[in-house]
Design a protein around this ligand. Sequence first.
Ligand SMILES: [Zn+2]
Length: 277
Amino acid sequence: MVCIAASIMIEIVQFNEDITCVKTATEQDGNAIMFVYAFLVRDALFDAGCANAIDEIREFARKNEINDVYITHSHEDHCGCCTVFEKTASIFATPATQEILRKPPFYGEFFNYVWGQPEPVSDLTDLPKTFSIGDLRFEVVPVPGHTMEMVGFYEPEKKWFFSADAVPLPSKKRIAMPDENIPQMVATMEKILTMDIDILFDSHRGAIHSPQKHIQTRIDYIIEIQQKAKELHESGKSIEEMQQILELEGPWYLELTKGRFGIDFFLKSVLFDKVVV
Ligand SMILES: [Zn+2]
């Protein structure tokens, strides 16, 4: 891919008296390729934006008191600006996430263009099971599937759940990464449906009020494809044939991911992956 200077978008939207949405993205033809959300909850930041937006996040950090940063998982759109906070805040992550944050891999030119390359972070602290932000009390909830170590943050009094990438968008997305476990993702979404939630804070869509129907749509879509794929598998069809019969087509950027995402990974996962936790 031709390397051109990308322009960066940042949108800061106050959601309520406690929460500010911090949306970052790389701009292409005047539009965000895809926004990722970090959330400022009083003086704590949930996730830290994409690395392309590091100057904008540094500016945001100068204007806002941020004492703690809680990271949901290691993907580059969620932890790209951690180094901004290394000297001024505690950065919390699970041990598995910390390992990747300390030595972030290079995900290829396309992802480098879309999100940017995170710098290694050295000063990290283990994520506790619960934490407080003033009188808000959060539970750290494992939400495995998209990555196995991913966590969300639940405030039961307010009925807020910060779900990271646990409920993928769009609802009919049919691509996956090789290490994504789609049946596990379904089990996680079913668990989220049992929780008392008024607002889901999704990392790519922002606040979703009464999210249960939205989550169920995603579960139903996966289960439907899974059933059809299982029937085709039993009748001896290959993954490639299944893809054609089910008319599964990828988004415009699929080729550019150079194998980080594939429809075949999605089909293999719905067929063969097991729920492990
Ligand atoms: Zn992710």
